[in-house]
Write a protein that binds this ligand. Structure first.
Ligand SMILES: Cc1cc2nc3c(=O)[nH]c(=O)nc-3n(C[C@H](O)[C@H](O)[C@H](O)COP(=O)(O)OP(=O)(O)OC[C@H]3O[C@@H](n4cnc5c(N)ncnc54)[C@H](O)[C@@H]3O)c2cc1C
Length: 365
């Protein structure tokens, strides 16, 4: 057990990324008694942990959280550090109550609401919002274990810059935006191969001098719900490649391969039977969700959260920032506010319906 219950709050938000901050903005406006707990030791940790040269695929016009424009030219594509600075400034400007170094170890049902346990303390909260991000545990295929120790291997989350990869041939596995961007960056200084498991539809970042997201916004596509006919079709497709394409990769001298299906020693094999000797492998193979620390029965097949626009069947327990939580925009900087506002209204409505216990639990263990 985590130690004393130090506080009883209306709402605990877990995660201080863009989703946690966006709902924090609305909770603060409501005058809610809440805190935002984040495991990291610095704000905007997910963004700071991404590779050095990362540029957003959304222009600054579409990178703002509620109440504060993203600074600078709205048509430019901000860097990783600019996003981290914006989120840090956002939290300060709206005086959001963020507790860093605060990893939540478990959430379980309590007599009134939820018990939120950390290593050294616990909270009892009437309601809880889980905003721990759409990209959690890095996913690397099991065949990676069959490569020699001499082959340098890392997941894309550990990639920072070309300097961190040894000289020589590199294989990037994964044909999403991340795989293409890392392959392109490395191609300036070494021989790069890119393994594409399933082809994604390439879309230009700009069309007729307008950002792609301008069209998605103006046509309403970005706000089509997951349950709509077009939303269902969009989800079934692999995601889209924004501003990259196999043809452009070829122009950078990147050699393309099919799906990586095997590995032995320092040799990787592909679905077309071809093989390649490699010095380094970067696995841009995605993530899986990890909600194993939440001890409330709101999960279905393969641990998927069962919810309706982030509202679970367990009253007062919500998720925010999931991929396709409600629309394609749900896990993006510029649109997470729509779900955040919706959940804040649900939170307010439930709070108005429930009696507030005002007795502090002292020294409970
Ligand atoms: C490479 C890459 C590029 C992207 N580019 C764009 C882009 O151009 N435009 C765009 O709109 N979106 C982009 N996204 C998508 C999305 O905006 C980001 O993934 C964003 O970080 C998601 O924000 P979030 O708040 O939901 O989660 P996160 O930013 O991941 O924040 C979650 C927070 O929860 C904390 N946490 C996790 N578990 C616990 C726990 N148990 N207890 C306490 N704290 C915990 C973490 O420390 C973290 O700070 C990109 C994503 C990736 C991976």
């Amino acid at each position: 057990m985590a130690g004393p219950i130090s506080n009883r709050l209306d709402v605990v938000v877990v995660g201080a990324g863009q989703a946690g901050l966006a709902i924090g903005y609305f909770l603060a406006q409501q005058g809610s008694d809440f805190t935002i707990l984040d495991a990291a030791e610095e704000p905007a940790a997910s963004w700071r942990g991404r590779w050095d040269s990362l540029k957003l695929f959304t222009s600054a016009r579409y990178d703002a959280l509620p109440g504060l424009d993203f600074p600078g030219d709205p048509d430019r594509y901000p860097t990783r550090d600019e996003v981290a600075d914006y989120l840090t400034d956002y939290a300060q400007r709206f005086e959001l109550p963020i507790e860093l170094n605060s990893r939540v170890r478990s959430i379980s049902k309590a007599a009134q609401g939820y018990l939120v346990e950390l290593d050294n303390r616990a909270y009892e909260a009437g309601q809880v919002v889980v905003a721990t991000g759409p990209f959690q545990a890095p996913l690397v295929p099991a065949i990676a274990e069959r490569l020699d120790e001499a082959v340098v291997q890392l997941h894309s989350t550990a990639y920072r810059s070309p300097e961190s990869i040894p000289e020589g041939r590199v294989l990037v596995v994964g044909g999403g935006n991340t795989g293409f961007q890392i392959a392109k960056e490395l191609s300036a200084s070494r021989e790069v191969h890119l393994s594409i498991g399933s082809r994604q539809m390439p879309l230009p970042q700009r069309l007729l001098a307008r950002d792609l997201f301008w069209y998605l916004d103006k046509t309403g596509l970005i706000r089509k719900t997951a349950a709509s006919r077009i939303g269902r079709r969009m989800q079934q497709r692999e995601d889209v490649l924004i501003g990259s394409s196999p043809r452009a990769a070829g122009r950078h001298g990147i050699e393309l391969h099919g799906r990586t299906v095997g590995a032995e020693g320092s040799t990787v094999s592909f679905s077309d039977g071809a093989t390649l000797d490699v010095g380094s492998v970067i696995w841009a193979t995605g993530f899986r969700a990890d909600h194993s620390w939440i001890d409330v029965p709101v999960f279905g097949e393969a641990g998927r959260v069962v919810h309706d626009r982030g509202v679970t069947k367990s009253p007062g327990l919500y998720f925010l920032g999931l991929l396709w939580q409600h629309t394609r925009g749900s896990a993006l900087l510029g649109w997470v506010k729509d779900d955040a506002e919706y959940l804040s209204q649900r939170i307010e409505a439930l709070r108005a319906d429930s009696p507030t216990p005002d007795t502090e639990i002292a020294g409970a263990t």
